[in-house]
Design a protein. Structure first.
Length: 235
């Protein structure tokens, strides 16, 4: 047996569930999952999906905007409003503008999606990590901060997904741990003195970042507001 064959045999199987009320979209999801070397599991409705999550080792769930549940077609976001499992949900919707969620396991991708976008969204959850990914990790308290994938991951694989700007902010704070950073400093380092950014914009992004990292999974660090600016420090 050759080395390549042995490597393929020992490779972890990454199961991804795909659910859509449209069978054609389901097949498209299947092709997308296969394209990133994962195993697709197509299901017909919400109840079947939950059953599989409880029985199998699932990496993620790929969801169309509408799904079937109890013989009805409803919004996927509505069906998973009170989601309690630790399997990440990836919602594929027409427009992600204005979409905001503090739930660490709910991701949103705007359609149409391609393989590279899908693979990047899934990367934090896949078992086959490479050296380049490890180089992107920065230790912050009890979390690994992946500056390339914009994620915070703890030892129990709890994941907090950040926007690109939130990631830039956290990277800046992590590089200046326990130091007070003024709005002027953040404007230069994060936004590059953009003419469209003002004090309110900075405050809004700080508020959103703080909301994501506050009271989550026993995080050991805090982002605090002080008289002269903001500081990231140990709780």
């Amino acid at each position: 047996m050759g080395k390549e064959q042995l490597k393929n045999m020992t490779k972890t199987v990454n199961n991804i569930i795909a659910l859509s009320s449209d069978p054609f979209v389901g097949e498209a999801f299947k092709s997308l999952i296969l394209a990133i070397n994962c195993k697709p599991i197509l299901v017909n409705n919400y109840q079947e999906l939950i059953s599989i999550i409880e029985e199998k080792d699932i990496v993620a769930v790929l969801l169309d905007e509408y799904i079937n549940t109890n013989d009805k077609k409803i919004l996927a976001q509505e069906a998973f409003k009170n989601y309690k499992y630790k399997v990440p949900l990836i919602f594929v919707i027409k427009n992600i503008e204005g979409i905001y969620t503090a739930h660490s396991l709910k991701l949103f991708i705007q359609r149409p999606i391609n393989t590279s976008v899908f693979k990047k969204a899934l990367a934090p959850y896949l078992d086959n990590n490479n050296i380049s990914k490890k180089k992107a990790l920065i230790k912050i308290g009890n979390f690994n901060f992946d500056k390339n994938l914009n994620t915070l991951i703890d030892e129990n694989k709890n994941i907090i997904n950040l926007t690109s700007m939130e990631s830039k902010l956290l990277l800046t704070f992590s590089e200046n741990y326990n130091k007070i950073l003024s709005e002027e400093f953040l404007l230069e380092k994060v936004w590059g003195y953009s003419s469209q950014v003002n004090s309110n914009t900075i405050k809004t992004h700080i508020w959103r970042l703080r909301k994501k990292i506050s009271n989550k999974y026993n995080i050991s660090f805090a982002l605090e507001t002080v008289n002269n600016g903001y500081v990231l420090k140990k709780k």
